[in-house]
Design a protein. Structure first.
Length: 174
């Protein structure tokens, strides 16, 4: 996996002060994408053990609430192995930090069933995510007044409650 950028103090991609990891590679190619350069899976820098160590170091301060995975597409099959490995390490070191993930896939039609039945890492990745923002960016539904999402079709899903309840539960800030 490659990555495009790591933001060490981000307040735009989830609540509180966070780390944001922009992975490279995206199959969706949404019209009007703000991060088009990350469509290429070879864009950016190689994601290495040193990169994971750097992310863990950035998460250390108490004022950092958690990490957000976005891109690119963290749920792309080619990215899932390293995304999972990083999530495991984060939860080992910082079990109280939250994990957000942005994906252009739809949780209930693309991920559950299709990915969970065919890809080896999907179910475990889902178990680590606290909040998922799902759905492709749709330029015609762009709304700059939305919190933590770019277009009105995207949902902010409370993953812990969704997985426990067996149906989609939307996130509300606590």
């Amino acid at each position: 996996m490659n990555y495009a950028e790591i933001k060490n103090v981000d307040i735009a991609n989830g609540p509180g002060v966070r780390i944001s990891l922009f992975v490279s590679g995206c199959p969706h190619h949404c019209k009007g994408c703000f991060n088009e350069m990350t469509w290429d899976f070879t864009y950016g820098k190689p994601y290495t053990r040193e990169t994971i160590d750097y992310v863990l170091e950035l998460l250390k301060p108490a004022y950092i609430r958690g990490i957000t995975f976005l891109g690119g597409e963290p749920m792309a099959p080619a990215n899932q192995g390293e995304v999972l490995n990083t999530m495991r390490k984060i939860k080992e070191h910082y079990p109280d930090k939250d994990i957000w993930l942005y994906t252009g896939y739809l949780f209930d039609t693309d991920i559950i069933g299709k990915m969970t039945d065919t890809l080896p890492h999907t179910r475990e990745i889902l178990s680590y995510i606290d909040v998922m923002v799902d759905g492709p960016f749709i330029e015609e539904k762009k709304n700059l007044n939305l919190q933590f999402r770019g277009s009105e079709n995207q949902r902010i899903i409370d993953m812990k409650r969704t997985l426990a309840d067996g149906h989609i539960v939307l996130w509300t800030e606590q």
